[in-house]
Design a protein around this ligand. Structure first.
Ligand SMILES: Cc1ncc(COP(=O)(O)O)c(C=O)c1O
Length: 538
């Protein structure tokens, strides 16, 4: 029978919502093998969906991972019974022949719908504002903020407040959005002078702002200090640099910890031992000692070791490491900590079948660690804070674009009026973003396309080998999950202009919260004294 219970446990670990999967189509040399979503096939379906790369392939590395998921007993059974487990045989074949096959993961259309109210309004927005645009759903954003706050409502108050998420402004640096988040009780996590200005513009003040930067200029340290922000130092050398260039330390100071080999990172932030951020454990002892000796009274400890992480246990483990470090630092240096900041990085399900992070499970695990390591060690109450960006706004943003051309070459291409200057995650990380075609939400996904932008870069693709309904020129394409690290990463390469941003308000109306860039914006930096091309900016 093979190792069924081990197999099921490994499938469980994938945390996939199998109902969101329709089938996986594997392009084998003899034609197409389909793994349907039906009794007896669901295990293989999940394995194949999880190992298929975002650009729709299974190669040697993926096949090896798939064979690990099936497990050694099932592999032995497959070897002893030729033909009984064709999905295992195929993976063995890929490894042996060092080949790769194209694989299309087909999701159920309803699996990751655009909210109904927004879907109804999109045609009106397209007409009124033109494409492309990012639109953010206020209801969804507020809901996400409330869920995060509720999960951590147990956090004790220190200096008048308990849990706080300092929204990572870099994820969506639009003051209108930050204002909404401020109303939901969030602070701001800023990494630069301009982000500090955005936080200030919505009325955030003092310790409602965390300043986490690296390779920081003196002027930014001074700006953060003058605002009364909590400064989070990234390196020991920055402490002397601060004193020399900005003056005395504030009363409350935070240090960023890089736990190195204690923690494994992930593909976006990389392995902590290779990461440029934060102090080593030994440096923390030296740094906090130096701060104490320089009159600092209140202390915070921060880390940020992963981005877009879907495993809830990851955050519990991070909290445990920070609590242990606070315990050891307090004992050694005789100082008390106000807070630990677990960083951001709570992931969101970019793929329809991925399950979101269970915040209550994260919270329960952290409570447990808190009681064991802080309360039971007789330490004073410690605030737990975070600085998530993506999980708050990511799933509630949509990049809306029109199809300019449908081209049939060696493959079929859908060319949009948006490009990677509007959303570069797919090109930068090979990230997956779900796509809905307006008015064809329920149509069969009968075609396979590369969905492209217009940059002179072949990686300017929002999706590769993506099963979609048949697409025509003029169709409106909605790219999901653009609400974090989307518009913010925009750039002007190829003379492309950043798009407008819209807010779909709770009352059903739409508000422009950033206009599209104009040629005058693009040429503005040519307008300087002595320039021969100032007229381009007019
Ligand atoms: C220091 C720091 N905090 C918070 C974040 C926000 O991460 P996320 O949007 O994944 O929650 C980032 C992202 O790069 C970061 O570098």
């Amino acid at each position: 029978m093979g190792d069924k219970s081990g197999f099921n446990q490994r499938l469980e670990g994938l945390r996939l919502n199998v109902n969101a999967l329709k089938e996986v189509r594997v392009h084998v040399p003899t034609g197409m093998a389909v793994i349907p979503n039906k009794e007896g096939k669901r295990g293989s379906l999940q394995v194949y969906a999880s190992i298929t790369t975002n650009d729709g392939y299974i190669g040697v590395e993926e096949a090896r991972r798939g064979l690990e998921l099936f497990g050694s007993e099932l592999r032995q059974e497959a070897a002893a019974n030729p033909g009984k487990h064709p999905n295992i045989d195929l993976l063995e074949n890929i490894v042996q022949s060092k080949s790769r096959v194209r694989t299309d993961v087909v999701r159920e259309y309803s699996a990751k719908p655009v909210p109904e109210s927004l879907l109804r309004e999109l045609p009106v927005m397209v007409k009124a504002f033109g494409t492309p645009f990012h639109v953010y759903d206020e209801t969804g954003i507020r809901q996400a903020a409330k869920e995060l706050n509720a999960a951590f409502s147990w956090v004790p108050e220190v200096d008048g407040f308990g849990f706080r998420n300092y929204f990572a402004v870099k994820a969506l640096p639009n003051p209108r959005i930050l204002k909404i988040l401020r109303q939901e009780g969030m602070g701001a996590d800023c990494s630069s002078s301009l982000e500090l200005q955005i936080a200030q513009s919505v009325g955030l003040r003092g310790e409602q702002i965390m300043f986490t930067s690296n390779d920081t200029p003196a002027s930014e340290f001074r700006q953060a200090r003058d605002l009364g922000a909590i400064i989070n130092f990234d390196d020991l050398t920055h402490l002397d640099f601060f004193i020399e260039t900005a003056g005395d330390f504030p009363e409350l100071v935070c240090l960023r910890y890089n736990p190195g080999g204690l923690k494994t990172g992930n593909s976006i932030l990389g392995n902590p031992t290779e990461a440029k951020y934060g102090l080593t454990r030994e440096q923390l002892f030296e740094g906090f000692g130096q701060l104490r000796d320089n009159g600092v009274k209140r202390f915070g400890l921060h880390t940020m070791v992963a981005s877009n992480e879907l495993n809830p246990d990851y955050f519990v483990e991070t909290a445990r490491i920070l609590f242990e470090t606070v315990r050891d630092l307090s004992a050694e240096l005789g100082i008390n900590f106000d807070f630990v900041n677990l960083g951001g990085g709570i992931g969101t399900p970019y793929k329809a079948e991925q399950k979101p992070v269970d915040l209550m499970r994260v919270s329960d695990g952290i409570i447990n660690a808190y009681y064991n390591l802080i309360e039971n060690s007789g330490l004073p109450p410690l605030r737990v804070v975070m600085e998530n960006g993506r999980m708050v706004t990511g799933p509630h943003g949509f990049l809306v674009s029109k199809v300019l051309h449908v081209a049939r070459k060696h493959k079929d291409y859908v060319g949009l009026d948006a490009c990677m200057a509007n959303l570069m995650r797919p090109a930068l990380y090979g990230a997956h973003h779900e796509i809905t075609i307006l008015g064809k939400e329920d149509a069969e996904r009968t075609h396979v396309y590369d969905v492209t932008g217009s940059l002179c870069e072949n990686n300017d693709k929002f999706a590769i080998n993506r099963p979609l309904p048949e697409i025509e020129e003029g169709d409106v394409v909605v790219i999901h999950n653009s609400g974090a690290h989307g518009h913010a990463m925009g750039f002007n390469y190829n003379g492309k202009l950043r798009s407008q941003e819209l807010l779909f308000r709770e009352d059903g109306t739409t508000e422009m919260i950033r206009r599209a860039e104009t040629p005058q914006d693009y040429f503005a930096t040519l307008n300087f004294k002595g320039s021969r091309f100032s007229e381009l900016a007019r």
